[in-house]
Design a protein around this ligand. Structure first.
Ligand code: NAD
Ligand code: MG
Length: 403
C-alpha cells in the first residue's frame, strides 16, 4: 500500500487526485488531507477516504471541521496551521505527497516533502517558480522523486528518456515545444481585453481548473510560469523552450530531438491522466479518463503566440533569463494582481502592468542556494516586498479606474 498525503485536497487537482486514488483501493491509502477553508467539501472527503489527519488553514476552520465530523466513527485528527501542513507532508507512513495548494502558499509544505525524500507529485508550479534552486537542491540531497503533474511537464517527462544525462543537450534534445491552448481570449481583439470580466477569464475553453490558474491561462502568465517550471525540472535554459499555441489541447507538449524526431504526448484534456501517471510511475493505471478518439479530434492546429497581446509571456521570459529573484517578483506581483482582478479592483490588462511595474521597481539579485536556509529567507523577504509594492501600485491605479 502506498500512503498518500493530498495538500490542497478540496481544489480542482485535489478532487481529481482523490478520484484516481479511489479507483485503486488496493494500491493507495490516503493518510492525510489539507484545505484552506472549505469545511463542507473537506468533511465529505473525510467521510469518503477516511484519512488519519485533516489539516485546515486556521483554528477556526479546524473547529468547524471537528463539528462537522462529530458523528463520524473513528474521525481523523483535525489540525490547523502551517506546522501541521509540514507535519502531514513528512509523516513516515506517507510515501507520496500531492502538492496541490495554489500559489507560493504551497512552498513550505512542498519543500518539506522534498526534504523528507518523498515521491513529490508537483502541481504547485509556483513553488518551483519562486524557489527552483532551493527545491531542486532539496530533491537532489534527499533522493526525493519529483514527478510533474502540470500536464505539459508531465507530457515532456513522458517524451524524455527515463535515464538521461544532466542537461538536455546531452540527451540530444534540441527544443521543448511547450503547448498552450491560448486561453479564452486567443481571438479577442487587444482593444477589448481591458473590459473582460473575471467570469469570462475563468471560462477556459478546454480545461476546468481553479480560478487563479484560469486567470493565468487567460493572460498566458500560466505559460510563462510553465517556462520557468520547465527550466528547473528539465535543467534547460529558456532559449530551448518554444511556446506553441495549440487550441485543441490534445497534444500536451512535445520534445524535438537532434535527429529530427519530435515526440508528443496526446490525450483528452483531463488532469486525471498526468495524476495517474505520476502516482503509478513507472507503471500505468486506469485514470477514469475517456480514451482519446483520434477521429473525432480530426485535426490539430498550431500557431505562434501573440506577445503584444500577452505581455505576461514576455515578462516571464524576462524573469527566466534574469534568474535569481526575478521569478519571485514576477510570481508575487502576479498573485496580488490576479486576486485584485478577481475582486474587480483592477481590469484584466492591469495584471501585466502591475507585474511589470513591480519587476521594474525591485532589482534582481542572485539567490544563494548553497545552504537551504539563507536562500529561503531571501526568497521569502523578496516575495513580501514584491507583494507590498504590487498592492501600492494597485492602490495607485484605482482612482483612474473609478473616474
Ligand atoms: P484550486 O484553487 O482549485 O485549489 C487550491 C487548493 O489549495 C484548495 O484545496 C485550497 O483549499 C488550498 N489552498 C488555497 N490557498 C491556501 C493556503 N493559503 N493555504 C493552504 N491551502 C490553500 O487550485 P487548482 O486549480 O487545483 O490548482 C492547484 C495547483 O495546481 C496550482 O499551483 C495550479 O497552478 C496547479 N495546476 C492546476 C491545474 C488544474 O487543472 N487545475 C493544472 C496544472 C497545474
Ligand atoms: Mg499546465
Amino acid at each position: 500500500m502506498i500512503g498518500i498525503a493530498v495538500l490542497g485536497s478540496t481544489g480542482s487537482i485535489g478532487v481529481s487526485t482523490l478520484d484516481v486514488v479511489q479507483r485503486h483501493p488496493q494500491r493507495f491509502r490516503v493518510l492525510a488531507l489539507s484545505a484552506h477553508r472549505n469545511v463542507e467539501r473537506m468533511a465529505e472527503q473525510c467521510l469518503a477516504v477516511r484519512p488519519r489527519f485533516a489539516v485546515m488553514v486556521d483554528a477556526e476552520a479546524a473547529g468547524q471541521l471537528r463539528d462537522a465530523l462529530a458523528e463520524m466513527s473513528d474521525p481523523p485528527e483535525v489540525l490547523a496551521g502551517a506546522d501541521a501542513l509540514e507535519r502531514i507532508a513528512t509523516l513516515p507512513e506517507v510515501d507520496a505527497v500531492m502538492a496541490a495548494i495554489v500559489g507560493a502558499a504551497g512552498l513550505m509544505s512542498t519543500l518539506a516533502a522534498a526534504k523528507a525524500g518523498k515521491r513529490l507529485l508537483l502541481a504547485n508550479k509556483e513553488a518551483l517558480v519562486v524557489a527552483g534552486a532551493i527545491l531542486m537542491r532539496a530533491v537532489a540531497d534527499s533522493g526525493a522523486e519529483l514527478l510533474p503533474i502540470d500536464s505539459e511537464h508531465n507530457a515532456i517527462f513522458q517524451c524524455l528518456p527515463a535515464q538521461r544525462p544532466e542537461g538536455l543537450e546531452r540527451a540530444g534534445v534540441e527544443r521543448i515545444l511547450l503547448t498552450a491552448s491560448g486561453g479564452p481570449f486567443r481571438n479577442t481583439p487587444a482593444a477589448d481585453l481591458a473590459r473582460v470580466t473575471p467570469e469570462q477569464a475563468c471560462a477556459h475553453p478546454n480545461w476546468s481548473m481553479g480560478r487563479k490558474i484560469s486567470v493565468d491561462s487567460a493572460t498566458m502568465m500560466n505559460k510563462g510560469l510553465e517556462i520557468i517550471e520547465a527550466c528547473w525540472l528539465f535543467d534547460t535554459p529558456p532559449e530551448r523552450i518554444q511556446v506553441v499555441v495549440h487550441p485543441q489541447s490534445v497534444i500536451h507538449s512535445m520534445v524535438q530531438y537532434n535527429d529530427g524526431s519530435v515526440l508528443a504526448q496526446l490525450g483528452n484534456p483531463d488532469m486525471r491522466t498526468p495524476i495517474a501517471h505520476a502516482l503509478a510511475w513507472p507503471e500505468r493505471i486506469a485514470s477514469g479518463v475517456d480514451m482519446l478518439d483520434i477521429f473525432s479530434v480530426a485535426r490539430l492546429d498550431f500557431e505562434p503566440p501573440a506577445p503584444e497581446r500577452f505581455p505576461c509571456l514576455r515578462l516571464a521570459y524576462r524573469a527566466a533569463r534574469e534568474g535569481g529573484t526575478a521569478p519571485v517578483v514576477l510570481n508575487a506581483a502576479n498573485e496580488i494582481a490576479v486576486e485584485a482582478f478577481l475582486d474587480e479592483r483592477i481590469g484584466f490588462t492591469d495584471i501585466g502592468r502591475i507585474v511589470e511595474m513591480t519587476m521594474d521597481q525591485l532589482p534582481t539579485v542572485a539567490v544563494d542556494a548553497s545552504g537551504p536556509r539563507q536562500g529561503l529567507t531571501q526568497v521569502l523577504e523578496v516575495d513580501r516586498q514584491a507583494r507590498e509594492l504590487a498592492e501600492q501600485s494597485i492602490a495607485g491605479l484605482a482612482p483612474t479606474r473609478v473616474g
